[in-house]
Each structure stands twice: as C-alpha cells, then as structure tokens.
Design a protein around this ligand. Sequence first.
Ligand SMILES: [Zn+2]
Length: 471
Amino acid sequence: MNTLYRPELLYSNGGFIANGEVLVSRSGQFLETPEKLSLSSTKIVDLPGKALLPGFVNVHSHSFQRLIRGKSESRIVSGKDFWSWRGTMYHAASQLTPQDVYDVARMAFLEMALAGTTTVGEFHYLHNDPNGRPYDDPNLLSKQVIAAAQSVGIRIVLLRTAYLRSGHELPPDPGQTRFFESTTAFLENMDALIGACSANQSEVQFGVAPHSIRAVPLPDLKEIAAWSRQNKLPLHMHVAEQIAENTACLREYGFTPVAMFNKERLLGPDFTAVHAIHISSDEIAMLADAGVTICSCPTTERNLGDGILAADDVMAAGIRVALGSDSQAQIDPLEDARELDYHLRLDRQERAVLDQMATKTLASRLFDCATIHGARALALRGNGLTPGSSADFFTVDLNDVSIAGHSAEDLLPIIVFSLDRSAIRDVVVNGRSVLDDQKHVHQEEIISRYKEIHQRVWQNSQTGTSSSRKQ
Ligand SMILES: [Zn+2]
C-alpha cells in the first residue's frame, strides 16, 4: 500500500508550502501524486503541527570515535593539537571487540537518526584485530558497522578505507596497527565485501576511501583510484586538513596534495575532498574545474583546531560543499551547516557572508549542504523529496520552543540557525519509520550497551600514549 503524508508545511525549493503532500510507494520511493488518489490503496498520514523536510546526509563519519567524546578535552591527556589528539583516539580504537564496534556504531547512528540524519557515509578504517592481524573474515568489522546501520535503520555508504603507512619516512605507529592493509589486500577485501552485501543495494552502498596522502603513497593511490573508477564508486579522501600534511607532501613529492592530485588526474566529479581547509586560490580553481565536492566537518574542525574552510571562495568558484560529523564531537547536521557561515563571520567580522551568492538565500544554501550536496557526494539515488528518490525524510514540531513563531517564509532560516534536536519528531528512511514521535525501538538497549563499553574502555585509563609526530 502507498502512503500519503500530509504535513502542515512541506519543504520545497528552499522554502515551505502549506497543504503540500508526498506520496511514498511500498518499496520506499517518492511517487508523483496523481490527480485522483485511490483511497482504498493509500494509507493517509496527517501531520498537523509538523513540517516535513528531506533527511540529512552525513558524508563523513568515524562511528567508533563517538567513544572519545569528552575524553580528549585536556592538554594533559591529549596534548595540544590534532597530532597528539590521535593518541586518545587510538586508545579507544585499540580496545574494541567486533561486538563493541557494532554497539558503538549503533550509538553513533542512533544519535544521527535523532538529529534527522537518514544516510551516513562511514569512512571506516578499523580492519584488523588488536594485534594487527586480519580477522578470519578481513571484512568482519566493516560488516559490523553495516549491521549497526541496519539495526538503527539508517542508510549507509560504507567508505572502506585504505591505510597503508604512518607517513613519509615514518616507522609504523603501533596505534594504527588495526588500520593497516596492503593495497592488494585492500582491493581484494573491497571486492569481497561488495559481493557479500549485494543483496541490500538500496540501503547499503559502497565507496572507496584512500585515507590521505600521508597514509597512502602516490603509486598506491593511483591504483586504488583506478579500481574505484572501474567500479564506478565514489572516491573520498582526507585532503589538506593540517598544514603539516601539506608540508610533508611537498617534501615527498614536490607538490601540495591538491596540486599533485590535479597533475595526476586523480580529481573528478566522483571525488570528495574531506576538509580541504589549507588550500590556495589556485587549488580552489583546480577542485572547481574537476567538479570535486568538498566535505566540510566544522564541528570537528573547530574541536581539533584544524582551521576554517574558505567556504565563500569555494562556493564562489562553484564547488559543492557537503557536511560530515567526522569525530562525533557533536552530531548535529544543522550546527555543521550554520558554522560554515559563523566561522567566516568571526574571521571577517561581517554577517551572512554566504548570503545571496548565485541568488540563493543563506539558509537555502546551507540546507543544500546538509542534504542534496551530500547525496551527490555519496552517489545516492535521487534528490530530496522529488519523485523517484528514496523516501528519506524527517518531520519537525512547529510548536517546539526552539522554532515556534514563524511564517512559511522565515521557517527555513529559523530551522537552519536555531532548531534544537527536541523539535525533530519522526524520521523515515526508504519509506520505513525509524523514529516515531522521537522514539526509536532500540534506544534503551543501544544506550545501555554503549554505557557498558564506555566504562570498560576508559576504566583506569591514562591515555597519554599520544604521538605528537606531525604527519
Ligand atoms: Zn575524518
């Protein structure tokens, strides 16, 4: 049976319309609403007092890092920068059993669902057992993360990550022992994983993620990118998150990462550059010419002190910007969206820096970053609430204290700049209910399992194992 949703306000082209409706097929796709609807074969869902919007797409997540929330906010424990912060992250990574990987991912994905996220791009680099040996099934942990997304009910694009070395002229870092594979093993495992999961194509998809130029030398990167393109998969990579990463690349190859990728023809419309903070105007032009998407992760980037994306220059060049929760310091797609502009405001001492570019309003531009640009970066089918797209959406309570008092005209800026998670009531993925009036069926069990793991991982722990190596 098809389902017709009738919200009080329906998101449409950067605004809202009253008395709009969306029709969803039994298989979970939006349909054209016919002039005359057969009421005997259609279930009607009235949503008075609610607005209906397309679901958020989280393009860049490391689900296990949910465990380090609150544990790395001390210089004594985690040092003063990104490089030393990794010690705390590696401590968490070293503790997890396959069951824990599943349960921690469920916690992260539950929080995403509660925040209106309907798809996650999981940049997954935990592969080996704690001693650095592959499991009998080398894809065991990838499958655990996929199973976690299925348990919570959100769509996943597993961006299986190649992590081959610690860095140029660096010995292997023991903290990274669970990440390492050879290129040959990586490609074989990727192939096997896609084969094993082909039955779930609509809600489980794949992408290829060479971790960074620090972790994947150029010859391997070329081989992995060629494989990705042969298989028509999205290609995601950390790029220019830290100045030291650029410096090391210059030292090893004589080029910064973006300039080298451009020279080697590695950039393209299927390429997503995660972070892209420390890039020049020439490099912005290279990314724009190649049709690359930038995935910005502002809540993580400010937490790690990475720097600020020049979103104005990047967007003026026509580059699409998507968003990711990355380290899970916060899971709030709208906070990431608004920070794209807020960071520039603080830097420039001006307001609404990204407004009226290419005639788009600021709120509409930021909302696109959290939705349709993310969908494109992950090669999802369709686009927002349009017929033929997967029925991924959420509703907000128009009487929630954070957004009450609006007209249809100003609702989107109120949502983008001020909506609190308490306003998000229902979440639907592929036509299936994931959150029903803020209730997830597994919520209590997921939180309880997570708390046990959290206690075990951090009991008696001094996480001062951090390396401060700058690449
Ligand atoms: Zn990342």
